[in-house]
Design a protein around this ligand. Sequence first.
Ligand code: NAD
Ligand code: UFG
Length: 335
Amino acid sequence: MKVLVTGGAGYIGSHTVVLLIEAGYDVVVFDNFCNASIESIRRVEKIVGEEITVIEGDIRNREDLHQVFNAHKIDAVIHFAGLKAVGESVEEPLKYYDNNVNGTAVLCEVMAEYNCKSIVFSSSATVYGDPHTTPITEDFPLSATNPYGRSKLFVEEILRDVYLANNEWKVVLLRYFNPVGAHKSGTIGEDPNGIPNNLMPFITQTAVGKRDVLSVFGDDYDTVDGTGVRDYIHVVDLADGHVKALDKIKNFTKVMTINLGTGKGYSVLEMVKAFEKASGKKVPYQIAPRRAGDIATCFADPSYAKKILDWEATKGIDEMCEDSWKWQRRNPDGF
Ligand code: NAD
Ligand code: UFG
């Protein structure tokens, strides 16, 4: 089975490519490298011990996609390609709607032209907005507080409509919680541009000496210690969820919406403590005002993923921190 992985050079994509190849899938990576380096694919090649087919192109460009589908008989698409910076999406909403929403629409059109109707899409827990309670199940009300989140909501709706119009489509909407960690080799991992927005890369960059101090955004939330609680999930567990989703869609046609999380929430200060234990490094921090748009608590009910995909997260917080640190320590400046 040949799988097109859009955004396959990125953080989650590169880890998923490793697992797909290890599971025996043929993989074609498609990426415009707007937020990734070809070096990530070179390192994936070292991990799996084989050459990977990479096509540089943009999902919004039909010609680029025709090139892929003409050269390869693609059976399914795992669609990671997208922009993901919440703050930037507020500043430049049209860039997000063009890349994430229009890009997905173009991709689906070209897929249909070539009779490829299986897609696994990277959605996000952000589509739950500010959930009224936790843990979060897939039937919770949906909302968005920024253009990035809305782009995910829109794409979910578009893919549901595509299925309604033609029941031959197989659509899996995977709602990720907070991916962290890296491949156990320490050779691939998350490599954010500039100052990291997300907690774990900020912690690892502080520990490696690239940042002076972590700002903890708010200590007055109604949580265990006042700091925000999230469901951190090891990126390799997350990648495995995609392999399981792909195995599953061989035998069904419909839309499936699935949370990929661990079901356990950790506060910012618990993460700092776990990281210090795993790395032996002190992470200096200061309490800062709440970050606009943040919610107090967000964690998954992952039981549907267990039931439908026989998938569950296997890696705990210590391994997440150890692997994040190994990647950062060995690659202080990223790829
Ligand atoms: P990433 O930026 O590392 O990977 C995205 C990849 O897509 C990059 O390699 C980038 O170069 C590529 N890309 C972007 N626009 C493209 C386009 N128009 N054409 C071709 N390639 C393009 O991000 P990631 O963390 O690996 O996230 C992957 C997906 O998962 C994204 O869709 C993201 O929104 C979603 N997601 C991520 C998180 C997270 O916290 N990392 C959480 C929930 C959902
Ligand atoms: N935090 C800090 N200091 C930092 C960064 C983060 O205290 O420097 C705190 C946040 O306030 C929050 C927690 O750490 O309480 C996690 O923040 P992240 O930015 O790492 O993650 P979010 O849950 O805010 O958002 C992430 C992705 C979104 C995605 C969402 C749900 O960035 O794109 O998970 O999947 F939508």
